[in-house]
Ligand binder design. Structure first.
Ligand code: GLU
Length: 285
């Protein structure tokens, strides 16, 4: 087994100071991707995350996951902020835009690569379809179909076989050159000193990969919690592309902020059906 790599001092300085057990500062975040307007499921997650930290006098940050620029929808970043403010979900500090930290993520990627912790992988999604976990095809170099076809590689973290999280080798740099969500989110959670992550149930599967990344950075992972998904009448997960499931549709039906917060809190099992309440009332309960 190799000894753990020593982390680069110049990059470590940009992370939040490591917490001691006596330092009780709680910090949560809501991290939507600006691919459309927030739907009720996103808003329910935002409320869950907000209440979870504010109840303990914690800090609540708003981070916009806008690294995947082609998927960013014009106006979405502003609309997200307006919707949260309308509901009374006010965040601390400036809005964090991942797109403003690209250089910093790439510095970490370079360091990981120099340490020999990454390897190029030319497998396509199709090559890996149906597999629960990456089987290590490109770990030893020139293997698999993709190499013969000269595909551009993604870069995977070499996760030790005895890794307790069972994530397999996580993609940290996508084949299109973008920093992968799994790396950016872990680095941001560390930089901002996030102690508590509340996100939608659909992201539960990402946890193992992120825990493997925290482990390679020798940093403690936050506590992860998952909010229930909101389904449409067909039993499908809501989508940001569908305008009918956002705040605007509810406002058009005559709902005010108290109705909407009541509805979201009902979805979280906090109040009976039909309750009208403010965020403050939920905090005071
Ligand atoms: N940006 C991700 C999404 O909207 C969520 C990231 C996270 O909470 O870890 O699905």
């Amino acid at each position: 087994m190799h000894p753990p790599p020593s982390l680069p001092a110049h990059l470590l300085d940009s992370l939040a100071p490591r917490r001691s057990a006596s330092d009780a500062l709680i910090c949560g975040r809501f991290a939507p991707s600006p691919t459309g307007s927030l739907h009720l499921g996103n808003l329910q997650t935002a409320l869950a995350s907000f209440l979870q930290v504010r109840r303990r006098q914690g800090i609540w940050r708003l981070r916009i996951d806008d690294l995947d620029t082609p998927r960013t929808k014009p106006g979405a970043i502003k609309a997200i902020q307006e919707d949260l403010c309308w509901l009374g979900l006010e965040w601390d500090g400036p809005v964090i835009l991942q797109s403003q930290h690209r250089g910093w993520y790439y510095s970490w990627l370079s360091w990981l690569r120099r340490e020999g912790l990454l390897f190029p992988c030319r497998c396509s999604r199709r090559d890996l379809a149906g597999l629960a976990r990456y089987p290590g095809t490109c770990r030893q170099g020139d293997r698999g179909w993709g190499w013969q076809q000269g595909r551009l590689p993604s870069w995977r973290l070499r996760v030790p076989n005895h890794d307790p999280y069972g994530s397999g080798d996580v993609v940290l740099r996508r084949a299109d050159g973008f920093v992968a969500y799994q790396l950016a989110t872990v680095l941001d959670d560390l930089r901002c000193g996030i102690t508590d992550v509340v996100r939608g149930e659909d992201l539960r599967e990402a946890e193992a990969a992120q825990r493997s990344v925290f482990a390679v950075l020798q940093a403690p992972a936050p506590t992860f919690h998952y909010a229930p998904l909101v389904m449409d009448a067909q039993g499908e997960k809501l989508s940001k592309r569908d305008q009918s499931t956002g705040l605007k549709a509810l406002i058009d039906q005559g709902c005010d902020a108290l109705d909407v917060i009541g509805q979201l809190a009902f979805g979280l099992g906090l109040v009976p059906h039909g309750t009208r309440c403010s965020v403050q009332e939920l905090l005071d309960r």
